[in-house]
Design a protein around this ligand. Structure first.
Ligand code: PHE
Length: 336
């Protein structure tokens, strides 16, 4: 059988090369090389008719066997490579659930709100509950029932924003009217705080704003003394601000007697250490008890009103109250 290539060797070589194809592209090139139009085996298969009749049978058989062996090898290798490709793709595309997600800006609570929530927590822990009242208030609740009769300087238009005609409805100048509302709502004992927004025609400067926030406190019970007031305020300020110097000095409020001013030490924006007034306080005036129908011979109590904005300033070393209201993200983001 001279002139006829060794088909067994051709098939063996081809099968080995196919089995070693590293990827589908090389495999396809091998298919073209071994079975394509210009492949030697294709030539042989096409020229069988030209062979001497005696050779046609054996050569045809051997060539067909070689083709089938090559086709099977191609098929097997293709299956293996496709599975590998699929596996690699799955591995590459697998979702890594430990990657951080997309961050969306969430916003945060204003420092005043943060302080209010902390103040509420501290007083809730001391057995107080949280009361609420409207910002548009009657002059009776804001002043008259609080022992601040008509003609008192605090009632004049220079301090108060009145609503509508006349002077009977106003923007509350303090949270103290919630004392009246709470006592009118039920008998002692009373232990409440009332945080909220208040309004005054104050000039704007670094520590004053015409809108600010207070938290009122009121305790009414049998046998309450000034010692209870001082102890409560000291515990509260220590819990909120840590160890700081607290100064309590005599003051005047129409609805407490005796009355005090509470200040804590702080450093202002010029670097000077000074006292910053954070609260007014005192023993509830008997006239206030009479106004709400409590027996002043039986009950005593104390009240205090803290400025929440001031506390937020001390807390965070903020030297200008106006920054709390300007909505400047560069400032607010520091507290998120
Ligand atoms: N309401 C007073 C003020 O706004 C503060 C205060 C509250 C004083 C309760 C005494 C008792 O200045």
């Amino acid at each position: 059988m001279s002139g006829i290539p060794d088909l067994t060797a051709l098939a063996t070589d081809a099968v080995a090369e196919i089995a070693a194809a590293p990827d589908l592209q090389v495999l396809e090139a091998a298919r073209v090389g071994f079975l394509g139009r210009r492949a030697p085996l294709t030539d042989i298969l096409g020229s069988i008719g030209t062979l001497p009749p005696a050779d046609r049978g054996p050569v045809g058989k051997a060539a067909n066997a070689a083709r089938m062996a090559i086709e099977r090898a191609l098929e097997e290798r293709r299956e293996v490579l496709e599975a590998e490709t699929m596996g690699a793709a799955l591995e590459a595309e697998v979702a890594d659930v430990t990657l951080p997600g997309n961050a969306y800006p969430l916003g945060a609570l204003n420092p005043i709100t943060q302080v209010r929530l902390e103040v509420e927590d501290i007083f809730l822990g001391m057995g107080y509950s949280v009361a609420d009242g409207p910002e548009v208030e009657s002059a009776y609740n804001n002043f008259t029932a609080l022992n601040t009769p008509e003609g008192h300087p605090a009632r004049s238009a220079s301090d108060t924003f009145f609503v509508g005609q006349g002077d009977s409805v106003l923007l509350r100048t303090q949270t103290s009217p919630v004392q009246i509302r709470t006592m009118q709502a039920g008998p002692p004992p009373v232990y409440v705080i009332a945080p909220g927004t208040v309004y005054r025609r104050d000039d704007v400067d670094a520590t004053h704003s015409p809108m600010f926030h207070q938290v009122e406190g009121l305790a009414v019970d049998e046998g309450l003394t000034f010692a209870h007031l001082k102890g409560t305020i000291t515990v509260f300020l220590t819990r909120l601000l840590g160890d700081r110097e607290v100064r309590v000095i005599p003051h005047f409020f129409p609805f407490t007697e005796p009355s005090v001013d509470v200040s804590v030490s702080w450093t202002d924006r010029h670097g000077r250490t000074d006292w910053l007034e954070v609260a007014g306080a005192g023993m509830v005036d008997p006239n206030v008890f009479t106004a709400v129908g409590y027996d002043p011979e039986r009950w005593t109590g104390f009240a205090f009103g803290f400025g929440l904005d001031r506390i937020a300033m001390i807390r965070h070393g903020i030297t200008d109250i106006r920054m709390l209201y300007e909505g400047d993200l560069r400032f607010l983001e520091q507290f998120s």
